[in-house]
Design a protein around this ligand. Structure first.
Ligand SMILES: C[S@@+](CC[C@H](N)C(=O)[O-])C[C@H]1O[C@@H](n2cnc3c(N)ncnc32)[C@H](O)[C@@H]1O
Length: 257
């Protein structure tokens, strides 16, 4: 499998997208998916991780043009099928359903359930429904409060020994959320499945609101078209003790009553 991946991606559509740097909507309008979409290296690392973990249940926050979705769903298909939950409130509006169209063209749409609402509404709902996932990829809103909420629920939704991947850890809020929720002891960092560490200059710059505004306006200046990306992968060692403590406390109070 690895030798094959050195020459081409896990599916023909991905090869085409990275070669032409183009995605298309149903009216034939073309768009450059970068740097919104993940880099080829990151996609390939995600594919390999999902294959190696034999993931059967994957959750993604932030689908966009669906490039990461293509890598992960292809891994799911190659693992023998499973469940893929994608969360993105703007899939049919801002992203013109291009992610869904890509999945259809790759023959992967049957795997995916798209939740068209913000993650802070969908993730608690999935938790209430007792859903659990073996791999969770977080690439939604990058502001501190939003990414903290994503990380909080992802931790609860992840199976023990499952993998949690944060994209764009060059952004300080994302790195802070990852560091807070994926503490040593409960998680282990998986260096072989992570991207390069953001340089001290990046970390310093990403604290500046001026820099973040400039980045949002001109992402291509900084990322050179999807080539530079930073992601961290963690493996969960054990569940949080809090839900168990909470259950015990409830049982005690009901006994008292
Ligand atoms: C960087 S793009 C994702 C790119 C995609 N993962 C890929 O590699 O092709 C970030 C996505 O997060 C979505 N998003 C923003 N806020 C969100 C939220 N609160 N919940 C879920 N998705 C959100 C945006 O609509 C956008 O599609």
């Amino acid at each position: 499998m690895d030798a094959l991946l050195e020459r081409r991606g896990p599916n023909v559509l991905l090869d085409q997208i990275y070669a032409t740097r183009t995605v298309e909507d149903s009216r034939g309008n073309r768009f450059d998916p970068f740097p919104v979409a993940i880099s080829y290296n990151e996609g390939r690392a995600l594919y390999r991780l999902a294959r190696k973990a034999r993931a059967r249940r994957i959750l993604e926050v932030g689908m966009g043009y669906g490039i990461s979705t293509l890598f992960l769903c292809q891994a799911l298909r190659d693992n023998g099928g499973g469940v893929y939950a994608a969360v993105d409130p703007l899939e049919r509006t801002r992203w013109r359903s291009i992610g869904l169209r890509n999945l259809q063209n790759a023959g992967l749409e049957d795997l995916v359930t798209l939740h068209e609402a913000p993650s802070y509404e969908v993730l608690p709902q999935l938790l209430r429904e007792r859903e659990r996932y073996g791999l969770i990829f977080i690439d939604g809103a990058h502001q501190l409060d939003y990414v903290f909420v994503d990380a909080f629920y992802a931790d609860k939704l992840l199976e023990p020994e499952g993998f949690l991947v944060f994209d764009d850890v060059w952004a300080r809020p994302v790195a802070r959320a990852a560091a807070l929720f994926c503490r040593p002891g409960r998680y282990r960092r998986v260096p072989g499945s992570s991207g390069p560490h953001p340089s001290p200059l990046w970390r310093l710059l990403s604290q500046s609101p001026w820099f973040l505004r400039a980045l949002a306006k001109n992402p291509r200046w900084f990322f050179g078209g999807g080539r530079g990306s930073y992601w961290w992968t963690f493996q969960k060692m054990q569940d949080d003790f809090l839900p168990r403590a909470y259950t015990l406390a409830n049982r005690d109070s009901s006994t008292l009553a």
